[in-house]
Design a protein around this ligand. Sequence first.
Ligand code: LLP
Length: 425
Amino acid sequence: MARGMDHFLYRDGVLHAEDVPLPEIAAAVGTPFYVYSTATLLRHFTLFDEALSGTEHLVCYAMKAASNQAILKTLAAAGAGMDVVSGGEYMRAKAAGVPGDKIVFSGVGKTADEIRLALSGGIRQFNVESEPEMEVLNRVAGEVGVRAPITIRVNPDVDAKTHAKIATGKSENKFGIPIARAREVYALAASLPNLDVIGIDVHIGSQLTDLAPFELAYQKVAELTETLRGDGHTIKRLDLGGGLGIPYARNNEAPPLPSDYGALIKRTVGHLGCEIEIEPGRLIAGNAGCMITQVIYVKSGEGRDFLILDGAMNDLIRPAMYEAYHDIVPVLEADAGVEQTPYDIVGPVCESGDTFAKQRMMAPLNAGDLVAFRSAGAYGAVMSSEYNTRPLIPEVLVHGDQYAVIRARPTFDEMINRDTIPEWL
Ligand code: LLP
């Protein structure tokens, strides 16, 4: 499989999403907006699915990355399961037609109400993260009158070597139970009448660009599988989490491919005869989406030029929150040989943190020009807010030469009318 098959390409100097020129969408829906490629979503899902071929498996898309109904339906139609982390995500998955037996429920703080919702609507398994959660799950399952299938998320104390805010597999993180306590916690689970222990879960972090931490974690899971089986537990399913990273700056980062990752899984846990689940989010959606914004002003500052865009930190928070790098490219391709110039690229929000990039080299741009933020499909729209009373920006899905608005921009009235006035005012 060749790296870099890309459905956002210039044709005759105009950036397209699949067969649709982006200026056409901009003219129809206004800027800023998110645009996704169906072909990229499906291709990335299929890469994972094929990487695990020959092994019983389910790829459960971590829908926190991008959870629009149209995206979920696209992936579900290809056979994807879903990894959900809230009652809302569970309802979204169900609304998109995903059957309960393809939905796994992760997260450290599932409430009794969320647990009840999933038990009543059908669930593949809960990935349990603590003993108190286990007790609540056991109680609610009893009330609903079902047995809850569970794995227990173990924390393997592995350094994922990623950004501190998205590393989850070290013992200092809030996630999972320490692997050293696993036998004790599995024994407790086995003693609870309404729980059905079926496997082990692990997730060590996000945007991992090296396979070594996965290898360490999965080896520990393999050893634990043998130990727990020795203790008499049924371990028939391994949920190996998500986290495989993507290239954000094209040409100078080459994270491992899903096929390498699949081979690693087979090498480390393949001999155990377990059904394998994985929970990729970013790799499926990240490079399937761009945020398209327009230059409002080019402002000359003291020794630097600012590109002021109509997109801001509330629309794409990753640079402000994680110092994340996103490629930013002009929608109309610059002429070959044009000299690049450094810009500080910022949004209109009243915070210095509303800075997407500093001293980024770009071909000269003017007010009215469109630029595309690449790799914005994952953790873009889902993390956006209406800070500064800026409307949530629309989402658009492209499929070949067709496109559709899959979430419309709210009007100012719609935004304002979500507030209600108490009777004393
Ligand atoms: N499974 C679990 C239990 C998770 O916590 C996560 C992500 C995933 C799967 C999916 O990981 P992925 O394949 O997408 O790396 N907002 C941050 C990323 C937060 C990731 C949280 N957990 C960002 O924009 O970089």
